[in-house]
Design a binder for this molecule. Sequence first.
Ligand code: ATP
Length: 192
Amino acid sequence: MQDCRIAANTLACRRGDRLLFRALSFALSSGQALQLVGANGIGKSSLIRILAGLAPAYAGTVERTGTIGLVDERPALDPHKPLGEALGFWQRIDGPADNELAQLGLSALLDVPVRYLSTGQKKRAALARLLGQKAAIWLLDEPLNGLDTRGVALVEALAAEHCRQGGICVIASHQPFNLPGLQRLDLLEHVA
Ligand SMILES: Nc1ncnc2c1ncn2[C@@H]1O[C@H](COP(=O)(O)OP(=O)(O)OP(=O)(O)O)[C@@H](O)[C@H]1O
């Protein structure tokens, strides 16, 4: 994987008429991972969206070197299509999949419409798309939500392998995330 980097420089975030956080900075390079923590509504998802370039920062800048892969509560998969077809749409863009489907326990679900998948299955499907995307910088918003114990261990292993290969992970999660060398940023320290 090519060298990648993501840095937040004195970011501030405003939602409606409220300033959620300010003076938030970090820098991550190839192989590093960061967990964003903080209470409900403090701004973790908002920060992930700013890092992804999907929302503007109120102040500050984000520098990115490397492609972004985002997993949040909205899997970018057509809910009306069977899972195999929905993932196939992305495979035509991203290139052929390796063994993601088997690895994520999805092989038997390819003919099930995405809207009928369970919460955990939808999360696994979103992760399959992420793996297929081969992005350098993973932005994972609550990636463990809805997953069973084996699913949690699998996501942790995937993140560790991604970092081992030189990728970056930014993980917004309330749950403990077991990843060697994981750094931690508490948004409470940046509340405006
Ligand atoms: N489009 C919007 N307009 C106004 N306020 C918003 C908007 N989107 C989010 N907010 C508010 O911004 C705050 C931060 O939301 P955000 O989803 O970033 O928090 P979070 O830390 O991810 O929360 P949780 O842990 O519950 O997922 C919340 O108070 C939310 O209501």
